[in-house]
Design a protein. Sequence first.
Length: 543
Amino acid sequence: MSHSAHLDTFTRDHVPPAALQPEFIFELPALQFPPRLNCATALLDRHIAAGHGGRLCIRAPGGIAWTYSDLQQHANRIANVLVSDMGLVPGNRVLLRAANKPMLVACWFAVMKAGGVAVATMPLLRARELGQIIAKARISHALCDVALRAELDSAVAQHPELRQCVYFGDDSAGGLEARLAAQPATFDTVDTAADDTCLLAFTSGTTGQPKATMHFHRDVLAICECFPVHVLKASPDDVFIGSPPLAFTFGLGGLTLFPMHIGASSVLLEKASPPDLLEAIVEFRASVSFTAPTSYRAMAAAAGARRISAPHGGSLRKCVSAGEALPAATRALWRDATGIELIDGIGATEMLHIFISADETHARPGATGLAVPGYRACVLDEQGHPAPTGTIGRLAVKGPTGCRYLDDVRQEKYVVNGWNVTGDAYLQDRDGYFFYQSRTDDMIISSGYNIAAPEIEEVLLSHPAVAECAVIGVPDEERGQIVKAFVVLRASHAASDVLACELQDFVKAAIAPYKYPRAIEFREALPRTETGKLQRFRLRQPA
Ligand code: 3UK
């Protein structure tokens, strides 16, 4: 551990003990990090120093277009506001709160430069959830979009330890814009240690108390050297776009860190529903997209008709899908509509970003892919030993990044014998490909059979009447559990008992009949998180 730049030692003091941390591996030449580094130097200042400050960096609807120099100047001024005006010292935690927009990125880099710890929050969070985050991370400062002020204000009323809140997006004298205009556009980036924490990413999981994962300056650069370099292979002229919030590390990487690492540009959208995203891809001639499987599914028909992909004369050429399992039916639908093979990848907040994936030429239907260079992955049996090829077990991974929960007993559940255990059931085939089965806690056991819900969802999605679906196990006296499917129909089809029977027969004909959904319920929509994940637990609650 090198000398920390943190004067506020809170994160240092709460890193899990070495014995409870996963094993870290830094085998790739690009992962040999010096003891001191600040990720803002490598991702932002480096480009200006190399004479590329005039390159386009971030755009947003409404004609906003910032070069790398523009972003650097904003970040420097905000860093000055944080330090001189708001009294930030290195190591303090700074809550960030906004929809995806250029100012949020400027604030994020300002925190990095000042040696603070960024805690980005999902825009939809309410005062109660913000309060849990403020308390857990002992947050002292906040930079917040005035549009999202109300919930933060009521959280702060309960948590006076958050002493300094500055808002942006209004013209008031105390607002961020007025304050930064009074500051110089230069700032000496704090010389942090490679293993100083620079961000806390919160993950709620499916239930219960939120967990904060800790990531170092070096972790931010490590993820830029793995998936993007070896799988995505984008170029400096690519235009990145997508839907995940920057508070979700999928979005932070895909829409900020990865494009900036290679000097490319990114388009940030405050609203990124499938129709919004599709329009923006056309308008900005975007070439690399990051979104969830359901979003690709929803965009497919229009994406084909509007010819948005490079194979059809449009701009889009690389499409990353993550956050949830990618059904083979969705992969096929997108390929048929656009000519583009999706890049599926599994990532996790604990791992910071994607660690198993396959590029367009190595993708296999139904498989997530192979371990990304820099990472090792395997399937563990019930005793915690590597399981033989072809058997279902718990997915385990290690690499340059890994799980460090801030002050949380669940550390011992996620890290087993040095492996990060993600909570997913997987199997690995003879060629090394990893196939998602289910969350380990979502496996359905019916009359003694182990049934993975995604396999049934996969079949249902290939039926022409089905727009979306979700499968869970529901209690049953006779069989322990039975398989139940929630189905959202395409507009062209109406719910009926006849259609329910047809769907049941369709499943029986496609996979082992004991897996067919004995119950089917038609719904208008499925419950999802802001990150696009299906909330199965909400389907289990009686309506
Ligand atoms: C599930 C997937 C199958 C899986 C994330 C990319 O999703 C991200 O992080 P979270 O902490 O959730 C992690 C869990 O989500 N999952 C994600 N991707 C896939 N399951 N196939 C996939 N492709 O259960 C995993 O354990 O919210 C994704 C990058 C950064 C991220 N934080």
